[in-house]
Design a binder for this molecule. Structure first.
Ligand code: GAL
Length: 673
């Protein structure tokens, strides 16, 4: 079994991407001195260094990296060492121009940024294996080495290439998946629009077409692209395992950022030794701490509940959004500790020292341009100390209350063209349901639709358009044996090939929900409807309505107006020992909360009216004890009730009864007993 925790790291991880190659060596001494001052325990090195390590084909210069690793080791700082395969040197592309990726409309990218790669390209694969081997041979047992960091953020900025090597590779992939062209024809429904293939050799990637292409082909190409990138990760990982045994291998994910929706992190979670994640606040007007909590919960879930590590976030503003606000005082620590509450074994940043040159010079860092006389630096030093106070929580696991189903393949299918309404956005529904659960102070595990759900009293399905028969059976069994299910509209519609399940919608969910949907009736932009329910309560909805025909389900809310006026809007179905709820329209936040109130009652999930809004209370438990994290995102001091007294680890104070969490602060209580 490969190791899963960074080797030799006796504390929570704290540090960042360290790019000493951007600075004269005279600066390095100051770097390590300040790292020690801040309590840095680990840094990520060498992620973009291929051009320096191999300045010409087969000519290597490891001297500078030797000195960096030795210096870090002498100063007790562990190293997360990158394989630099996300940016091959320019000489490589001049020798192999076809390793630059091609877009669906046939344009080839040029060298000069990062991540411009064709993952099917044999020369790239050979060169990546070579530099990885060289690094593993040289540093595989270096005393500073704690973790291998393969590549960087696979899947961005290029998620798929459409060149001729990819076409050939796609045909090989199809041969393995389907065997014959006939099987592909069947799966893709090529009888439609005369797209039948006589042989696998006639098939190309889904390149530019004058109007919408075959959806099942597009969906398979997403699967193929993800699998191809994963092949390259595995090749590097296996070299590292062989030459550097005992050192875990990771690659940094971006689980909940919609910038990277081309990677099936369920599959990737099984490939890495330690799940690591990068998370940046997206400032689009929504509550950023909710998206952060969601990303952390999702990351923990792809790690199978095991501890994971936040490998990158920012000390303050980023520089790649239209507007990049600075974090407010205290926000960096609150962000960091909110990740830790949800299972991260530390908090790392991009990057250690703010660059003077290049594309990211306006991105915040641990050590800003202004040096140590800055607020950011003072907060960095304080955070290092706080994380040290929390060392004992390492290895404990976050406890979840409910599950939300999540599946990248379903999104890929849902986001293809020509759907009933372009206003329906599966990710928006996932965010909205997550937010509704967050506001009820419930900790969420995400689960694959075919996973064992028996541990959860409530399972929420925000918008899972693609659902296999196995997933349908799984949900039916879950309800029959006592679970409570809450499903949102346009779920369970198609199978793994984007073919509508036989019979009335929602195919594999008909029986468990006790209904059929006769027709979708999406609304025009800006139109709203009202649904009325128990006690005449009216809830606002928009985007989507439909004609639901109950077949065993009872109607709880009814459309008061709009195209489906008089028809059921929200239903409840008792099946076996459990209950299945269905929401057929896009409810606003108060509507979702009203339905959740009923569903959580069925599931016997207790309400938490004693907790203020925007105050997170999350637990981690394990051998070392049970810990309650209280994160106060509000501007006022709040009281959080404790069932069990304990010791607050950041202040050392006793905590009992209703204990105070100051405005914007985090408290972590080791519970007695
Ligand atoms: C990450 C990336 C880093 C840096 C950072 C800036 O996605 O891995 O190298 O670019 O974004 O926010």
């Amino acid at each position: 079994m490969p190791e899963t925790a960074p080797k030799g790291l006796a504390r929570l991880a704290f540090g960042g991407d360290y790019n000493p190659e951007q600075w004269p060596e005279s600066v390095w001494q100051e770097d390590v001195r300040l790292m020690r001052e801040a309590g840095v325990s680990m840094v990520s090195v060498g992620i973009f260094s291929w051009a320096l390590l191999e300045p010409a084909p087969g000519t290597y210069d490891f001297g500078w990296l030797d000195r960096v690793l030795d210096l870090l080791h002498e100063n007790g700082i562990r190293v997360d060492l990158g394989t630099p395969t996300v940016v091959p040197p320019v000489w490589f592309f001049r020798a192999h121009p076809e390793a630059l990726p091609v877009t669906a409309d046939g344009r080839r990218y040029e060298f000069g940024s990062r991540g411009a790669l064709c993952h099917s390209n044999a020369d790239y694969r050979a060169a990546a294996a070579n530099i990885t081997t060289k690094l593993a041979e040289r540093y595989g047992d270096h005393p500073a080495l704690a973790l291998w960091h393969v590549h960087n953020e696979y899947g961005v900025p290029v998620s798929a290439c459409y060149c001729d090597s990819c076409a050939a590779h796609f045909r090989r992939w199809l041969a393995t998946e389907y065997g014959t062209a006939d099987a592909v024809n069947e799966a893709w429904g090529t009888a439609f629009w005369g797209q039948r293939y006589g042989g696998l050799d006639e098939i190309n990637p889904p390149r530019l077409t004058p109007t919408v292409g075959n959806p099942a082909q597009a969906l398979d190409y997403k699967r193929f692209a993800d699998a191809t990138i994963r092949e390259n990760f595995r090749a590097e990982r296996d070299i590292l395992h062989r030459l550097s045994p005992g050192v875990p291998v990771t690659t940094n994910f971006m689980t909940a950022l919609s910038q990277c929706d081309s990677i099936d992190y369920w599959a990737w979670g099984r490939e890495v030794d330690l799940v690591t994640n990068d998370h940046y606040l997206i400032t689009d007007g929504r509550r950023t701490h909710v998206n952060l909590a969601m990303a952390a919960d999702l990351t923990r879930s792809v790690a199978g509940g095991a501890p994971w590590l936040l490998l990158e976030h920012s000390t303050s503003g980023v520089n790649w959004q239209p507007r990049n606000p600075a974090k407010s005082p205290g926000q960096m620590a609150r962000n960091s500790l909110a990740h830790v509450a949800r299972g991260s074994e530390g908090a790392m940043f991009f990057q250690w020292r703010q660059s003077r040159r290049g594309a990211e010079k306006f991105h915040s860092a641990m050590l800003p341009h202004g040096g140590t006389g800055t607020r950011v630096w003072r907060e960095v030093v304080a955070l290092g100390a706080a994380l040290d106070d929390l060392s004992e929580i390492r290895g404990t696991r976050t406890v979840a209350d409910v599950a939300v189903l999540w599946d990248w393949h379903s999104w890929w299918a849902q986001n293809l063209e020509w759907r009933p309404s372009e206003d329906h956005d599966a990710r928006e529904r996932a965010d909205a349901f997550y937010e509704a659960l967050y506001d009820r102070h419930l900790t969420v595990d995400f689960a694959h639709p075919e996973a064992d759900l028996s541990a959860y009293p409530l399972v929420v399905v925000p918008a899972l358009y693609l659902m296999t028969e196995a997933a349908g059976r799984n949900l039916t069994q879950y309800v029959e044996s006592g679970g409570t299910l809450l499903v949102s509209y346009f779920s369970g519609i198609v199978d793994e090939h984007d073919a509508v399940h036989e019979g009335a919608c929602p195919g594999v969910l008909r029986d468990v929900l006790g209904l059929t949907v006769e027709e979708f009736a999406p609304l025009l932009k800006g139109d709203t409807v009202e649904v009325t329910g128990p006690g005449g309560t009216g809830l606002a909805a928009d985007v989507w309505t439909e004609f639901v025909v109950p077949r065993g389900a009872e109607t709880v809310w009814t459309y008061a107006d709009g195209p489906a006026a008089g028809h059921p809007a929200v239903t409840r179905h008792r099946l076996g020992a459990g209950t299945a709820w269905y929401v057929s329209t896009r409810l606003a936040a108060d509507g979702l909360d009203a339905v959740l109130a009923r569903a959580t009652e069925d599931a016997h999930v207790p309400a938490r009216p004693d907790l203020p809004r925007d105050v997170e209370v999350v637990r981690r438990t394990g051998e070392s004890g049970s810990y309650l994290f209280a994160v106060n995102h509000t501007g006022t001091d709040v009281k959080v009730p404790l069932d069990t007294p304990g010791t607050e680890l950041l202040t050392g104070e006793n905590a009992a009864g209703r204990f105070e969490v100051p405005a914007g602060a985090v408290r972590v209580v080791r519970l007695d007993g």
